[in-house]
Every structure is written in C-alpha cells, then in structure tokens.
Write a protein of this length. Structure first.
Length: 517
C-alpha cells in the first residue's frame, strides 16, 4: 500500500498533494456524516398532550423495554423510532394509560380490609369517574375529558331524596365545539352508567368553560333555547321538503324557499267534572220501624232514609307541545333563461330572460300548499315570486401543467433518499477530479530538429565525448520554431535513429543536458 501511495504522490507536486489530502479528509467526513444521518432512526409521536404525571411512568416503562425515546413540548409529547411505535403502544396499553391519571375499577382488585364505609363510597365514585373518562376519551376526536360525579345516598323518605348530578369537562382535538349529537351521546352514556342519574342532570362544558348543555330547571332561558332549537328543526325540515320538490320542476339552483313557523309550546292540562241530575241511583238507604208492645198504647211508625248519587263524568286533557300554530312560506323562483345557439367563430348572443307565467306560478303555489300543509283557517300564508337570479358566468381556467405539489410534498416528507443520491453524485464527481489530478502532466515539447553530425557540445563531459566519438552526435537546434522536414528517409536520419537504438542511455543523458541548458 505504501509504495502505491508513494508512486501516486510522486507524480504530483506539493500543492496538489496538499489539495488531495484536504479533499480526501473532507470526503471521508462527508461520507461518515451522511451515513450516520441516513441510518439515524426517524422519531414519530407516540402520544401527544400527555399529562405530566404520566410521563414519568411512560419513560420508566420505555427504559425497561430498552426503547429509545425523546420528549418534546416540555414533556407533553413522547416520540419513539418508527420501528418501535407498535411495540411501545402495546407495552404502555398493558402497563400504563397515558393521559389519564385516574384509576378505574382496578381500585377494588386489592384487599379492602379495614376500610370504612365512607372510604368504600369514595373509592366507588373514583372508580366510576375513571371508567367513564376512559370510555369517553376513547371516542373519536376527543383529546381530554374529566368527569365528576355527585352521588346522593338513598333516603328513607322520598321528600328528603336528592337527585344525583354529574359534570364533564370536554376538550376536542380539532379545537371546535363538539356536535349536539356527541354531547347528547355523552350525557346519555353517563346517565346510563350511574344509577339514579338522568341525562337532564349532566352538565357538559368545553375547555373554555362554555356550556354545551343546560339543566332542566324550568327557567325561562333554558326553555327558550330548547324552543328555538325545535323551531329551527321544524323550519329546516319543511324547507328541505319544498326545495327537493321544486328542484325537480324548475331545476337545481333555480328556486329558494324560506319557512317561518310559529310553534305552540303552551302546555294545557284541563280537568272537567260534570253531574247529570237526570241519572240518579240509590247510593244508601236506611229503614227504621217502631212497633208498640202489648199492653202499651200507641201506633206503629216506619222511617226510611234514602241517599241518591247523581251521575258524574270527569275528563282530563293535556294539549300537545310543539305543534305548528302558524306558518308563512316564501318561494322565489328564477326566471327562464334561454341561450341562443351560435355557429363556430361567432360571438355568443346574450341570454334571453323571460319571467314565468302566472299559470306556472299558480301551479307552484298549489303544489307548495299541498306539500307543506298550508292551512288558511289558522292564518297560514304563502307567496310565490318569479325574479331573475344573479348568476355570473365564470370563465374556464386553463391549466398549463399538472401541479407538482404532491411530488414536492413527498420529497419533503422523506428527504433522505434524495439527499443520499445527491451526495453520491457529488462524491463521484470529486473522485473523478482527484483521479484526473493524479495523472502525470506531460512536459512541454520544444520544437527540435535533427541535424548532421557536428562538434560535440561543450557541456558534455570528456567521457561522453570519447564514448560518442565513433557514432554520429545529436545536435540541439536553436530554440526557434523550425519547420520539420518531410518524413523522407535521409542518411543523417537513419544514422541518428540507429544511434538512439544502439546507445539509449547516452541519448537520455544528452537529452537531459539539453533540457537543463
């Protein structure tokens, strides 16, 4: 190896040797760093927004399993290599529950000897809260949840009994408020899991403290919110029915329907009791008779006491809540638009807008009355109007080329292959440059000419002259551009070539002497 390096470095001068050494060191460092970077594992989030009290247990379990991990965002996120994500989640799911520090029913796995009744009740409440938090936290898009239960004991007398209550703090991953169906589902889940608790007594708030549910406390505000929700649902249902029917007649997007419904929320309870005097029956009858004894004066007497009960009828009536008391419907129909066809190359003619006829509007009104159940006896009203719609014509956009965002996104997500290929190309170029630098540089060739034999140069030593006396000598021409003679064979040329072939060592010494001079 050493002779090879000496032969390689012997071909170049000192500056090129230094440059080759520096470039070699830089290339070696680049290759080493690139290999370390390319083989470095990619860390991905294992759990996000983990409670700080759970991070310690998670890190201990990962250390025991010899799984490398990183903590980000002040310890709220735990990152592990991609290849260890599944193994870490299985391990932590069996040992630790990240994000929930409350235990569940496992509180009763240990013996409870010596515990008082109060302690047992507290543990039972904690276990219920923990289990509910686990179930709700496993739902889609739920980030954090906290449940508090206020359980009331059974009372001996019903008048002393109090209703159990629950409160829930809910945080969603999207940051938006959960849907009404999600809130109702959570309230129903809690009410169905705790005895003596109803969904009306479950309060759910978001992380900002905004109430997502209202208690049924018969207050004016709570009832107004519920009434407004029912009214909107009724109006939207009627509008959807009318819109679907009109779209099949005038086309999609050519009609608008608005319904204003007045809902009756009055609760009526009526009890009627009537008595019919014509229909009487004997309810109670008492008879008493007095007879005189023998030897006594007096007459016998008889008394009858009769009680009659008249026929009574009792009627109890409770009015329906949420029925439509009055309804107003507004229907807006677009005018007819006629487009005149044009030949190729001609400018398109403006569209012709024609209002709809009265007969067509009357048919639409009749159809809407039947579909929505408009009743004029209760004061309902409907109006159908034809008007032009503002529909701007959008010019088609010409797409020159396909978007490259997808390719760039993929490259940015996994840049290691691209960087590795680029580094290999750079290393190949550097290798070619170094190999070219190691090649020997040919010396500049001075124009020379072969001349006939002449006296030996004074620069030659005496020994050289004696050795070359019997042979013709090579004479160096003046250092001027000389036009070489045509490659014709001459006696002098043949003598010079024969001398070089017979005495190569002498020819080399003469050439070196010429170069030094």
């Amino acid at each position: 190896m050493a002779p090879l390096l000496e032969s390689l470095f012997g071909r170049v001068d000192g500056r090129r040797q230094t440059a080759i050494i520096v470039v070699g060191v830089l290339v070696t460092a680049a290759v080493f760093g690139l290999s370390r970077w390319a083989t470095k594992p990619t860390f991905v989030p294992l759990y996000t927004d983990v409670a700080l009290e759970s991070v310690g247990a998670i890190s201990d379990k990962l250390d025991e399993a010899k799984i490398e991990y990183q903590l980000h965002r002040g310890g709220a996120e735990v990152h592990v290599p991609t290849k260890d994500v599944a193994r870490a989640r299985v391990l932590l799911a069996r040992e630790v529950l990240p994000g929930s520090a409350r235990p569940g029913l496992e509180l009763f796995d240990k013996p409870t000897w010596g515990m008082t009744d109060f302690t047992q009740k507290v543990n039972y409440r904690r276990a219920l809260e923990g289990e509910l938090e686990r179930n709700i936290g496993a739902m889609v898009d739920v980030e954090r949840v906290q449940v508090h239960l206020a359980l009331e004991d059974d009372k001996l007398f019903k008048k002393d009994a109090r209703q159990s209550k629950a409160s829930v703090t809910l945080a969603m991953k999207s940051g938006n408020a959960p849907s009404a169906s999600t809130v109702q589902g959570i309230a129903g889940l809690i009410a169905g899991s705790v005895g003596g608790l109803t969904a009306d007594h479950v309060v759910i708030v978001d992380e900002r403290g905004n109430a997502l549910t209202t208690l049924d406390d018969e207050s004016g505000i709570g009832m107004s919110n519920r009434q407004l929700t029912v009214q909107r649902e009724v109006e939207q249902h009627l509008e959807k029915k009318a819109q679907e029917l009109l779209s099949s007649i005038v086309g999609a997007g050519n009609a608008r329907v608005q319904v204003a419904a007045a809902i009756n929320f009055d609760k009526i309870e009526r009890t009627t009791q009537s008595v019919d005097p014509d229909q009487q029956v004997i309810s109670v009858e008492h008879k008493s008779e007095i007879l005189p004894q023998e030897g006594q004066a007096g007459a016998a007497s008889s008394n009858v006491a009769t009680t009659f009960e008249s026929t009574r009828s009792m009627e109890s009536f409770s009015g329906a809540i949420g029925n439509v008391r009055k309804m107003t419907v507004a229907v807006l129909v677009a005018d007819k638009v006629t487009i005149t066809p044009t030949a190729d190359g001609e400018e398109p003619a403006p569209p012709v807008i024609t209002p709809r006829s009265a007969d067509e509007l009357a048919r639409i009104e009749t159809l809407m009355r039947s579909a929505l159940g408009v009743d004029e006896t209760r004061g309902d009203g409907i109006s159908v109007v034809s008007a032009p719609f503002d529909m701007p014509v959008l010019e088609p956009r010409v797409v020159d080329s396909l978007p490259t965002a997808d390719m760039m996104t993929r490259v940015m997500e996994n840049p290691k292959p691209v960087i590795t290929i680029a580094a290999l190309i750079v290393l190949t170029i550097l290798t070619l440059v170094i190999v070219r630098a190691l090649r020997p540089v040919p010396p500049p060739v001075a124009p020379t000419a072969l001349a006939p034999a002449a006296p030996a140069s004074p620069a030659l030593s005496a020994g050289s002259q004696n050795e070359m006396e019997p042979e013709p000598e090579l004479v160096l021409a003046e250092r001027k551009p000389v036009v070489l003679p045509p490659p014709a064979t001459t006696p002098e040329r043949e003598q010079a070539m024969a001398t070089v072939d017979q005495r190569p060592d002498a020819a080399i010494r003469v050439t070196r002497t010429w170069l030094r001079d």
